[in-house]
Design a protein around this ligand. Structure first.
Ligand SMILES: Cc1cc2nc3c(=O)[nH]c(=O)nc-3n(C[C@H](O)[C@H](O)[C@H](O)COP(=O)(O)OP(=O)(O)OC[C@H]3O[C@@H](n4cnc5c(N)ncnc54)[C@H](O)[C@@H]3O)c2cc1C
Length: 381
């Protein structure tokens, strides 16, 4: 029994968690194997989650959202992580929606948010390219202004929700000679868009149900009012401003995964016997799990502080970067130690710890690699 309660929780949120947990357990957990096999989540499931009001929890009802707060979204992410539902790409969907909320004109919010909330529209964020990941200023995808429309040319890679998204927040160059000031965000509605093509679903070592993909834009014409906000060249600043949101979500997933690893490993070692006693009675097991539980608690307190500060509008980029690198590093470390305590069964896909091990590794890479996080923090020394 852990008497600690996250300070951002209250009774209403606890009751919301109960509803989310039941829905995730009854409706999403049974679909996870099929998603993993198909390497994507089906469109009907997106609509089912939307109908429950779990896609855009913190978006105002006036735009089709659930009118809650970031805390509601955090609970949904936690419950997905606790249940091992790793295929459902809510992260990038929410990130896409957040750009619209933060920078969209009222007309753009009306146009895109209700569909994103209901699951009729599925969002993605397309930054990375074959030759530019960490160094976003090096992207080559162009959007040429032709008066009443843009013509987009280029390609993106590693895009989560790549096979299913029909609203893609694309990072493009609107002025290739202007460095960071030449970068813009363009919202691309892909249904029926000539010249838009989805490449293969990339073959990953983990997260098999996520459709991480290549995307190709070949002279795609999109209406001029697809530019997010009203000024070209604001994209890089918009990205920098919103990255703490993305990093907090990744860090939260890290903490929830650590908590789950401690729970399932404690259960397993309590049952598993060797040399006439439960593994949990052996000092090495007890110490390893004591260390892991300590990390889980330190991580929880840190992420709770980030969540509170995010909601208060005071979470700075360096702190969000600390949370992202440290908590994902800890996630990989703790899951590795826990897997060891499962022995050979820990290496078998039938055991959730094996999947968690493979899924965790990318957390140190995407959302800004952990090395880039340390660069950002180091700038504040
Ligand atoms: C499963 C998955 C899902 C993803 N989803 C998305 C998505 O939805 N949308 C999207 O846009 N992208 C996505 N990405 C891409 C991801 O964000 C990039 O892979 C990441 O930013 C790193 O870029 P890169 O792969 O080009 O590596 P590189 O930038 O080539 O980096 C290679 C290595 O060099 C290090 N490095 C680079 N620069 C520095 C530096 N200045 N100092 C020290 N070390 C440095 C990096 O840390 C890394 O270890 C996803 C990737 C994966 C694997």
């Amino acid at each position: 029994m852990n008497p600690y309660r996250s300070p951002w929780l209250d009774d209403e949120l606890e009751s919301f968690r109960g509803t989310v947990r039941r829905f995730v357990t009854d409706e999403l957990v049974p679909r996870e194997p099929a998603w993993q096999q198909a390497h994507r989540v089906d469109a009907a499931s997106w609509r089912d989650v939307g109908a429950m009001g779990l896609l855009l929890c913190d978006v105002p009802e006036a735009y089709g959202g659930s009118g809650g707060t970031f805390a509601h979204d955090c609970i949904v992410f936690e419950e997905l992580a606790y249940a091992g539902v790793t295929s459902f790409g809510k992260h990038v969907h929410n990130i896409c929606a957040h750009y619209v909320v933060a920078y969209g004109t009222d007309a753009q919010k009306q146009r895109w948010l209700p569909g994103l909330a209901s699951g009729e529209r599925i969002g993605a964020i397309a930054m990375s390219e074959p030759a530019a990941g960490s160094d976003l200023q090096g992207i080559r995808t162009r959007a040429v202004n032709r008066g009443d429309h843009y013509v987009i040319d280029g390609s993106k890679t590693f895009i989560s929700n790549g096979q299913v998204a029909n609203l893609i927040c694309a990072v493009v160059k609107t002025d290739s000679g202007a460095g960071a000031k030449g970068i813009s965000l363009v919202m691309v509605e892909t249904d029926g868009l000539a010249g838009f093509r989805r490449g293969r679903t990339l073959d990953k070592i983990g997260q098999p149900g996520q459709d991480t993909s290549e995307l190709f834009f070949d002279e795609c014409r999109v209406p001029i009012d697809s530019l997010l906000g009203s000024t070209e060249g604001a994209g890089f600043a918009q990205l920098m401003e919103q990255l703490p949101y993305e990093r907090t979500l990744i860090a939260l997933w890290g903490v929830a995964s650590i908590e789950r690893a401690v729970r399932i490993t404690t259960e397993y070692t309590r049952e598993r016997k060797a040399f006439g006693k439960a593994l949990l009675e052996m000092q090495n097991t007890r110490f390893k799990l004591a260390e892991a539980k300590t990390i889980a608690h330190v991580g929880r307190v840190f992420i709770d502080s980030c969540i509170e500060r995010y909601m208060a509008g005071t979470l700075d980029t360096a702190t969000a970067s600390m949370a992202k690198w440290w908590l994902t590093d800890m996630q990989c470390q703790v899951i590795d130690e826990c897997l060891q305590l499962f022995g050979g069964y820990g290496y078998m896909r039938d055991y959730p710890i094996a999947q968690m091990y493979a899924d965790a590794r990318v957390q140190k890479i995407y959302g800004g690699s952990n090395e880039i996080m340390k660069e950002i923090i180091a700038r504040t020394l």
